[in-house]
Design a protein around this ligand. Structure first.
Ligand code: HT7
Ligand code: ZN
Length: 875
């Protein structure tokens, strides 16, 4: 076990200031010449170590002379890490010298999607976190900042040769080869290096920055996709403009390029001036992707673009600081989406996501603070905690100090740290200095893991007419950390009368106004509300103002009041969700005894859903979001206790069936009134299409209304509606309509993302491993080396609870992990994570997962990445 610790950080003894890279990109083997200007930072030091991985070293020179004072060490393990230790004690001028390295790597055999690899026929790089060491020996860590010049040479079958920065020159060589030379004037760490060689469809445009500079914009995608990258181009321009308007940040190179590739481990990568995307997050238009996917394309384009300042211009000192760039950039992309689409719904979606994933990560053996202290593999920092909880911590800071001071803090941060690699401390310090706030206690959010629980209790005294509301925060010990302290919290809170009126102007016993935002950093906060004729309902953590779980004994009647009247939509939404979750608790025992039991509901069910549906046409976005949380995965993850997943699946189905039976006429009426508008990218249209999708599934749950499905396929003017059709058919087993699914498959036979969506639905409903294998064999877009295929497969299997929790299902996933890890340790940890949440389930399900983990760990050898996740999960 090799544990890396945050506090062990040591600055470099030697660093690179300038790198001239010559890459001869050939198959199967590529050749690299790297000329590095090295500067000594520690005058005592006489040697340094460069990182490598699976490289073949050919030559080392210093100041133009062959150099033999080096040792090349292969670090043990399956990953092929190497250290190249170079001794410069004999150099007369060791303060500054030129180091030349020549090496080769096997491009064709690199299936890891890290370093330089092949995506179909495109040669492409991915260097974050540690891919550069697969290209050449280097100081492959984020605090080594150098100015890169990149010369690319290939045979002349590649039309475009791209790298970071601005193009210096390009042309043909006489021997059937071609070259391009790029220069990036901004010092950067190796993880932001990028290069691409390939043939593409290209879309050109430009953007005039606020200071009047004309920036060339170029998007590259697979041939034939021109119409499908226009949306992304608009997103680039929107993001550039938004960053100028809201953050005052302008783009800094002459050209900004985005390339989409089919084989990519993550969503996208913010390489300086040359963003590289998983093409599912770049390519798409109304005719080929769902509204949700377009929304993701827009926000990921924005996210990667925003990294140009929060990540590239100011970067991380070490990987423990990852949230410095990721938490902040997620916050920025969330704000972009909120400003450009729908703030409330975006907030609801983000809160939902963090509660479903990050809260469980915090409860699991994989829990860690947003700035972790220890890790075994650098690749495993890319978690929901670092990204999404990290963004919530930034949002909390923003809530505490306000937009104006926050922007002053950002300005100071850039003034102090532009062109540097810094820490989370540096960020908080800039915010504290600029705002004048004391953020000492706030800093604890960076080091403490776990989800704080806030218990809210209320006592009303009719004699004194005082209502005493107590908020007590407590963070339970987590797997990684026993001791917890109270954190700085900001709870946006409303008080409602039993009739549902939101009261403002409330005062305490001293006559002081009770603020809407309750801020405290102690364990307990007591609010005493004076002059009340009746007990008020407390609705807190509105807009998810702090990343905490609220524990409150709210009666069904109170939930019904909040759901009907709360002025804050977030409050309404979570009251409805809490009510939905309470139906599971009410029915659990009955369904364990009898899977066909009659669903029990209380007296508020009818009012709650009647009110909800009455609002449907007025606020389709909201209603569709409420219907969307009616799903079993959500019920399991928000149960806050171990459950029987199969019983939960039965209850979920029973609730939906009851909704259909009880509200059939009303639901059919809403469905009929939903307009078919000319497609537009806006919140109103999104909402209506999403509601149509949700309603279609509900209306066909009992095999009725099949004509609506047929009608929708004919009427559909966009992919979103067609996807709704195949979803209803496959999930509700409307086998008479299978011909429409076949039609869909034919219509989208050339679009892998559509075929993947179809495959997910089919996998989710597969009855056996044999059926899964048959589905994969028939899916022409599926490839075991393609990350998107693997994500589709694991997504489908995870949703298929009936198969996942069988001996053959778990066995199949185990085999998959073993197979995938051999080629691509960037994806295998993602598969392993499905085994880390066993505490969500009751036995025998929990034990099945634990047994699988035990078998994997004891009987197999894995990459560092997978080993860390499996070991932690099993500890
Ligand atoms: N910063 C990027 C992270 C990323 C990545 C990390 C590990 C392995 C492959 C990867 N591809 C991209 C993406 C982002 O957060 O913007
Ligand atoms: Zn990012």
């Amino acid at each position: 076990k090799r544990t890396l610790k945050r506090l062990d950080y040591k600055p470099l003894d030697f660093t690179a200031t300038q790198v001239d890279l010559q890459l001869n990109l050939d198959l199967p083997v590529s050749r690299v010449q790297s000329k590095i200007k090295v500067k000594r930072l520690n005058t005592e030091a006489t040697s340094f170590v460069l990182d490598g991985q699976k490289l073949n070293l050919l030559a080392v020179k210093i100041n133009g002379q062959d150099w033999s004072a080096y040792v090349l060490e292969d670090l043990e393990g399956v990953d092929g890490f190497q250290n190249l230790k170079i001794d410069v004690s004999s150099l007369s001028e060791p303060q500054e010298f030129t180091l030349e390295i020549e090496n080769e790597f096997n491009l064709e055999e690199n299936l890891s999607m890290s370093g330089i690899y092949l995506s179909d026929k495109v040669i492409v790089s991915q260097c974050e976190a540690q891919g550069f060491r697969r290209i050449t020996f280097y100081f492959d860590r984020p605090d080594c900042l150098a100015v890169f010049t990149t010369y690319l040479e290939t045979n002349d079958s590649y039309e475009y040769l791209l790298a970071n920065g601005n193009l210096l020159e390009s042309g043909s060589l006489n021997n059937g080869r071609k070259f391009a030379k790029w220069h990036d004037p901004f010092p950067k760490p190796s993880y932001l290096f990028a290069c691409v060689a390939g043939n593409f469809e290209v879309l050109d445009d430009y953007f005039i920055t606020k200071s009047g500079r004309k920036v060339k914009l170029r998007l590259f995608a697979e041939y034939g996709r021109l119409e499908q990258i226009r949306f992304a181009m608009e997103a680039v321009k929107r993001a550039m403009k938004w960053d100028e308007d809201r953050f005052g940040l302008e783009y800094d190179l002459d050209i900004f390029m985005v390339v989409g590739v089919a084989y990519f481990n993550a969503g996208a990568m913010e390489n300086k001036g040359l963003n590289i995307f998983n093409d599912e997050l770049l390519v798409g238009c109304k005719d080929t992707v769902t509204d949700d996917s377009l929304f993701s394309i827009d926000s990921v384009i924005a996210h990667e673009y925003f990294h140009n300042w929060t990540g590239d211009r100011v970067t991380c000192r070490d990987w423990f600081q990852l949230t410095l760039k990721e938490g902040l950039t997620v916050f920025r992309d969330q704000e972009y989406s909120s400003d450009t689409v729908n703030r409330t719904m975006k907030r609801i979606d983000d809160a939902e996501e963090i509660q479903a994933y990050q809260f469980n990560e915090d409860k699991s053996p994989l829990s860690h603070p947003i700035r972790p202290d220890e890790v075994e593999s650098q690749d495993n920092f890319y978690t929901s905690t670092v990204y999404e909880k990290g963004a919530e911590v930034i949002r909390l800071l923003h809530t505490l100090i306000g937009e104006e001071k926050f922007q002053q803090g950002m300005k100071l941060y850039f003034e102090r740290h532009d062109g540097k690699a810094v820490t989370c401390e540096d960020f908080v310090e800039a915010m504290a200095d600029a705002s004048g706030y004391n953020l000492d206690h706030f800093r604890l959010w960076y080091s403490q893991s776990g989800t704080p629980e806030v218990k809210v209790t209320s006592e009303y005294d009719p004699q004194t007419k005082v209502q005493k509301v107590t908020f007590v925060q407590e963070t339970a010990p987590t797997f990684d950390q026993q001791e917890k302290q109270p954190l700085t919290l900001a709870l946006k809170t409303h008080f409602l009368t039993p009739e549902g009126q939101t009261l403002t102007n409330l005062v305490d016993l001293q006559g002081k106004a009770i603020p809407e935002l309750l801020v405290f950093e102690t364990k307990e906060l007591v609010v005493e509300i004076a002059n009340q004729e009746q007990e008020l309902i407390v609705v807190t953590n509105l807009d998810f103002s702090s990343p905490v779980r609220v524990i409150q004994q709210t009666t069904s009647s109170q939930l019904a009041t909040v759901a009907a009247h709360c002025q804050n939509l977030y409050g309404k939404y979570f009251a409805l969700k809490e009510y939905y979750n309470s139906i599971f608790r009410l029915n659990e025992e009955n369904f364990v005894r009898n899977s066909q039991a009659q669903l029990e509901v209380d007296e508020h069910f009818a009012t709650i859903y009647k009110n909800l549906f009455a609002l449907a046409l007025e606020d389709a976005s909201f209603t569709s979001a409420v219907l969307r949380f009616h799903n079993v995965s959500n019920a399991i993850t928000s149960a806050n206790k171990a459950v029987n997943p199969l019983v939960y699946a039965q209850i979920d189905k029973a609730i939906k069936t009851k909704l259909y039976q009880d509200y059939k006429v009303q639901l059919e009426g809403i469905y009929a009134q939903l307009p078919f508008r000319t497609w537009e990218y806006n919140s109103l249209h999104f909402g209506e299409r999403a509601l149509r999708d949700q309603l279609l599934s509900l209306l066909t749950i009992s095999q009725e209304n099949q004509e609506l499905v047929e009608q929708l396929y004919t009427q559909a003017s966009c992919y979103n509606d067609k996807h709704a059709v195949i979803k209803a058919i496959i999930n509700n087993d409307l086998s008479a309509l299978d011909y429409l699914v076949d039609k869909f498959a034919l219509e989208y036979q050339d679009t892998a993302s559509c075929l993947d969506e179809l495959l997910t639905l089919r996998l989710k409903n597969a009855k056996s491993v044999a059926q899964v294998e048959a589905l994969l064999a028939n899916a022409k877009q599926f490839s075991i080396t393609k990350p998107n295929s693997l994500y589709t497969l694991i997504r489908g299997l995870r949703l298929n609870l009936n198969l996942f929790f069988t001996k053959e299902g778990i066995e199949y996933i185990k085999e998959l992990i073993i197979k995938v890890d051999k080629n691509n340790p960037g994806v295998s940890p993602y598969l392993c994570r499905s085994f880390a949440n066993y505490d969500l389930y009751l036995d025998p399900f929990r034990q099945m997962v634990i047994d699988a983990l035990e078998d994997l760990i004891t009987n197999h050898t894995f990459s560092r990445n997978a080993t860390e996740i499996l070991n932690k999960a099993f500890e």
